[in-house]
Ligand binder design. Structure first.
Ligand SMILES: NC(=O)c1ccc[n+]([C@@H]2O[C@H](COP(=O)([O-])OP(=O)(O)OC[C@H]3O[C@@H](n4cnc5c(N)ncnc54)[C@H](O)[C@@H]3O)[C@@H](O)[C@H]2O)c1
Length: 270
């Protein structure tokens, strides 16, 4: 059912790789709610992923851009405004990658060049997106920019490795840039801290199935799905959340404020 929450709004959606991606589900929801957008991903993901299928479904154009390369971001914003016929109202940063995690390096044996890459791709790229949006005057007043985070920014999950630092950077950038963008342009900036979700990035973390099940058993509502996350992002892009900014918003079925659940006690008592 559509509420037309995003009718007439324009934006950019980063990070749709395949139909499991949170960005993929978000693109479909945003379209359903009347928004128009361009889709973007790193050039290498274009070859591996299925973004063109999604673009056809959403009547959207695809513009490749590596989110760590400022010139590519500049071109992306300029072309998006041209294609969509005006300045932007929303941006989704749905990007994460750690070469250390991908290559199975343990936290006590990190490759520091890769660590910096993790921080750049998964954290600093958010600053680059925000700075490009501001410098190119790409956003309309009361626009909304959202990035996706994970609770490993606050608590330790050993296999999440250097991605934990990247998420801490990401959330901190949302606060610092949210202040700035609020003052200069009345643009709001938030992160959404999402439950474990079965996507390429999610299942790339070793032990993912165990912490997916653990979170599901601990959370009174169970894990939030990618579709649930897409719905929340739509609300954050809509005019119904105009005064929400500089927040890390927990979207986790109650996980972050639950100590223990009957389900887990039962399981551990067995
Ligand atoms: N899946 C989970 O359990 C989970 C939980 C909380 C938060 N998140 C976050 O959600 C976001 C989306 O991840 P997902 O789970 O949908 O997985 P996904 O693998 O579908 O999406 C990650 C995306 O990042 C893109 N990317 C990587 N390097 C890039 C670069 N240099 N430039 C541009 N794009 C680049 C990938 O191509 C991919 O599309 C990530 O920030 C992730 O950390 C995921």
């Amino acid at each position: 059912m559509s509420y037309n929450l995003l009718r007439g709004k324009r934006g950019i959606i980063f990070g749709a790789l395949d139909e499991n991606s949170i960005a993929w589900k978000t693109a479909l929801k945003v379209r359903e709610e009347g928004g128009s957008f361009t889709l973007t991903n790193a050039p290498i993901a274009m070859r591996m992923g299925k973004i063109n299928e999604l673009a056809a479904q959403c009547d959207a154009q695809v513009i490749p851009a590596d989110a760590t390369v400022e010139q590519e971001l500049k071109d992306l914003f300029a072309r998006s405004i041209e294609i969509l016929g005006g300045k932007l109202d929303f941006v989704l940063h749905s990007i994460g990658m750690s070469p250390n995690v991908r290559k199975g390096k343990s936290y006590g044996d990190l490759n520091y060049e890769w660590f910096l890459k993790t921080l750049d791709i998964s954290g600093v790229s958010f600053h680059k997106v925000l700075q490009t949006a501001e410098k190119t005057d790409a956003m309309n007043e009361w626009g909304s920019i959202v990035a996706l985070s994970y609770i490993a920014a606050q608590r330790t999950y050993p296999d999440y490795s250097d991605m934990a630092q990247a998420k801490a950077v990401l959330e901190s950038i949302a606060r610092s840039y949210g202040y700035r963008f609020g003052k200069t342009k009345k643009v709001r900036v938030n992160t959404i801290s999402q439950s474990p979700t079965k996507t390429t990035a999610g299942t790339g973390i070793s032990g993912f199935d165990a912490f997916y099940d653990y979170a599901n058993m601990l959370s009174p509502l169970g894990n939030a799905s990618a579709e649930d996350c897409a719905n929340y992002i739509v609300v954050m892009f809509s005019d119904l959340t105009r005064m929400v900014t500089m927040q890390n918003l927990m979207h986790d079925g109650g996980f972050s404020t639950t100590g223990i659940s009957e389900d887990l006690i039962e399981r551990l008592a067995r």
